[in-house]
Design a protein around this ligand. Structure first.
Ligand code: MLT
Length: 393
């Protein structure tokens, strides 16, 4: 019997588990401290009323033999796939329903997608970025290469023609930096990927936060992307589904490698390993895409973006460099006074009782940086920024 030795190459804890561990330890030693959590990107507003109603009605259907549902198509109910296709149509993107796979969020699918790719592919991951991409490659024993995001390229790395790759992850709006690729930049990525037969794994989990109409919210708004890209999206941050779990992955029919359609491979993988998202949750997700649902969820996004402004304004006053917070719920800042990102984490936790996320957790280039989320309660955010200002000014 042998374990998967690759796991021994991972850090002991997943980034957010490590933060939770440290906060729990601090809280145990300081039970009277009121800790404000701006670390993990977890929403705080409740589900929109229209979503709750849809889920209540679905629960009632499940309690009646005449309308009860058991297993269905594990790729998602047609009603939800049709709503997702309608959402894309409004972006000017035509997606066929059989290109849509309903899932429980972008995290699982950006990780699981590796199942359909050969072990010998060269993988490129931007640094810094959502740690799931690097961790899941380590788990399968693959040594990925990294492309640098830094202040010089506004944390938006472009293809490096010296680095050959078969698969690249792009996350836009980026987690953690909040940077967003424009259409011209994405076109360069798409053309380059097509020229070398590579695949782009495009994580658009934060697309709903893009306020600038000129910025793309889907890679499929870029000509040629359907021949080289898979898109992952989630309702976690769009509609407060972090605890409810629902997302979707788009695998175009025209995405073919080694004469095999990747849509077919992914369908085969999901058919074997995934039994679908619950009917109740899919009805709630359908409601997100209704007109009322869009209006109600946009109110939530506007609330978080107001919080982002409170954070950004406080950082500007302190003279601290930051990015994000404009088309993204994340604010990425340079740690003051040359502190490392974990030193700054400890300082904020112990002196301001505020939790953020150390940039180093998102890759080597995140060292010296720090992420704050705007997903908190407004009064807490005001209080957190007051405390941070007090210890830094
Ligand atoms: C994050 O904080 O980076 C994300 O919220 C974590 C996640 O969604 O998995």
């Amino acid at each position: 019997m042998n374990i998967n030795q690759n796991y021994l190459n991972l850090k002991d804890n997943y980034l957010f588990a490590e933060i939770a561990r440290k906060v729990k330890e601090f809280k145990a030693a300081n039970p009277d401290k009121d800790i404000i959590r701006l670390g993990i990107g977890d929403v705080t507003l409740p589900l929109a009323p229209v979503v709750v109603d849809a889920m209540k009605n679905a629960a009632i259907e499940m309690g009646d033999a005449k309308t009860f549902r058991g297993y269905d198509d594990n790729q998602g109910y047609d009603f939800l796939k049709s709503s997702v296709a309608g959402y894309y149509a409004k972006k000017g993107v035509s997606i066929d329903e059989n290109e849509i796979f309903i899932c429980d969020g972008a995290k699982s699918d950006t990780a699981n997608i590796l199942d359909i790719f050969g072990a010998d592919n060269a993988v490129v991951i931007p640094d810094p970025v959502y740690p799931v991409y690097a961790d899941t490659n380590i788990m399968v024993g693959r040594e990925a290469s990294f492309i640098d995001g830094n202040i010089g390229n506004t944390f938006l790395p472009m293809p490096d023609t010296n680095v050959k790759f078969d698969i690249v992850y792009l996350c836009s709006p980026n987690n953690p930096t909040g940077a967003v690729y424009n259409k011209e930049q994405l076109k360069i990525w798409v053309d380059y990927a097509n020229s070398i037969d590579a695949i782009i794994l495009f994580d658009s989990a934060y697309e709903a936060y893009v306020c600038d109409d000129n910025l793309p919210t889907s890679i499929f708004q870029i000509e040629g992307a359907k021949k080289c890209a898979i898109e992952f999206c989630s309702l976690s941050k769009t509609a407060g589904f972090t605890g409810t779990r629902c997302g979707y992955t788009i695998v175009p029919q025209s995405l073919v490698r080694n004469e095999v359609g990747l849509n077919k491979l992914w369908r085969r993988r999901q058919g074997t390993k995934f039994n679908g998202v619950s009917y109740i949750v899919q009805r709630g997700a359908e409601a997100v895409f209704s007109e009322e649902g869009q209006n109600q969820t946009k109110e939530g996004i506007a609330y978080y973006m107001q919080n982002a402004k409170i954070i950004s304004d406080a950082l500007s006053k302190l003279g601290i460099w930051y990015s994000g917070g404009k088309n993204s719920p994340y604010i990425w800042l340079k740690c003051p006074n040359g502190l490392s990102s974990w030193e700054f984490f400890d300082l904020l936790l112990t002196k301001a009782n505020v939790v953020g996320t150390p940039g180093a957790g998102f890759g080597a280039n995140g060292e010296g940086f720090f992420r704050l989320t705007s997903f908190g309660d407004k009064d807490n955010i005001i209080e957190a920024m007051k405390r941070i200002t007090d210890i830094l000014k």
